[in-house]
Design a protein around this ligand. Structure first.
Ligand SMILES: [Zn+2]
Ligand SMILES: [Zn+2]
Length: 390
């Protein structure tokens, strides 16, 4: 046995009539969540996962800086001040720790799947829209021709417009609470309005219907401020991944979305990943579970407790257990959230929410299933989501 979750065996001798099939790994990249799936040439899905990326790095680093400044004031005031003396922070072209963690999370997931299955191709969805194709729509003609009936060029522009407008109705600014967003032609199509980005505007269905019925008049037609900060962050992830994952194919969210729509699947990270892995063909799910993972920190910066920092916080094991260890307690699996020297334990699910158990669990009553690592993971039944999709 190589792994317990997902249960993986390694054969030491190959059976005589055996073969390995070429498998494609599809990855829906993101800045908060990664979806990944593995499909064979017939579209059978054999692996599904959802990875929640860390988004706490900037906050925890600020907390560390605060603790260090405080410590310097108390204990090392006599030392000469040193500034910008760290090799890493004066390096050019350096990524922020947040970005490094996000890129590393993607690469770790890809390596994880490659260690389990014979992956022969990798398809990455690196962004919602293709900025290059926005100016040169003819590049889309050559790609994705296998799905007829889809206007990929317009789908790309629509995805761009939605991102530019921050997924918000540009008339009521979300006041109507209508979640259904549409893309409106400022100069109507019937009056030869173009399909270009300049002529398009995001409206909710309520405002859009009202506008065409004549009951709503646009306040400031055509004037909008762009919001592409998130897209910029995603673009650095994109460049890094394409550089570091050898031979990866690239696809975009607007393509996945159209194909997922044709396949009749609701929007989830795993469904998107499945569509990416099958390159737009109908996925046939052979797995009933999704591997849910959550990236966790290696440790805490806070070292002591108490008014005068007199109590050291133990970072090693307490009675053989560490924070984030996976444990079995009364036939259920949990993760350790907090440990008390009195022998009591606070347990949590993969979402990080505390689980209230009566009586309060003790170390003696539980078994350690697996040690902590850079992520915690648990299998869950497909369709049941512990994270709500964006
Ligand atoms: Zn509206
Ligand atoms: Zn319209």
């Amino acid at each position: 046995m190589i792994r317990r979750t997902p249960f993986t065996l390694k054969l030491f001798t190959m059976p005589e009539k055996s073969y390995t099939q070429p498998l494609t790994l599809g990855v829906d990249t993101g800045s908060t969540m990664i979806g990944s799936a593995v499909a064979n040439e017939q579209g059978h899905i054999s692996y599904l996962s959802e990875v929640k990326i860390r988004n706490d790095i900037a906050t925890t680093m600020k907390a560390r800086a605060k603790a260090r400044r405080n410590r310097r004031n108390r204990k090392t005031r006599y030392r000469k001040a040193r500034w910008l003396n760290r090799r890493n922070s004066i390096k050019t072209g350096r990524f922020s720790p947040t970005m490094r963690s996000k890129i590393e999370a993607h690469l770790r997931e890809i390596r994880f799947v490659q260690a389990l299955l014979p992956i022969s191709a990798i398809v990455l969805e690196t962004g919602t829209f293709d900025l290059h194709a926005l100016k040169n729509p003819e590049v889309l003609q050559k790609k994705w021709l296998y799905q007829r009936g889809i206007n990929y060029g317009f789908a790309n522009t629509k995805a761009y417009v939605l991102t530019r407008d921050g997924y918000q109705c540009q008339h009521c600014q979300g006041e109507s609470k209508d979640q259904h967003l549409e893309v409106h032609h400022i100069v109507f199509r019937s009056q030869n309005g173009s399909d270009e980005e300049r002529n398009l505007l995001t409206l909710c269905k309520t405002c859009h219907d009202g506008l065409h019925a004549g009951t709503v008049i646009l306040k400031k037609p055509g004037k909008r401020k762009g919001n592409l900060a998130h897209a910029t962050q995603m673009n650095s992830i994109r460049v890094q991944l394409l550089q570091q994952v050898e031979g990866a194919e690239e696809t975009f969210g607007f393509v996945t979305k159209e194909h997922r729509f044709l396949a009749g699947l609701p929007k989830t990270h795993t469904n998107d990943a499945a569509m990416i892995a099958t390159r737009g063909n109908q996925p046939l799910f052979q797995v009933k579970t999704v591997l849910a993972k959550k990236c966790v920190s290696d440790g805490d910066y806070q070292q002591t407790k108490g008014v005068r920092s007199e109590r050291r916080i133990p970072t090693g094991k307490i009675k053989g257990f560490r924070k984030f260890d996976k444990v079995r307690h009364r036939k259920q699996e949990y993760f350790i959230k907090g440990r008390m020297s009195t022998g009591y334990v606070i347990l949590m699910g993969i979402d990080g929410e505390k689980v209230d158990l009566k009586p309060i669990p003790k170390f003696e009553k539980m078994k350690r299933v697996s040690a902590r690592s850079s992520w915690i993971m648990q299998q869950r039944i497909m369709g049941r989501s512990s994270y709500s999709p964006i």
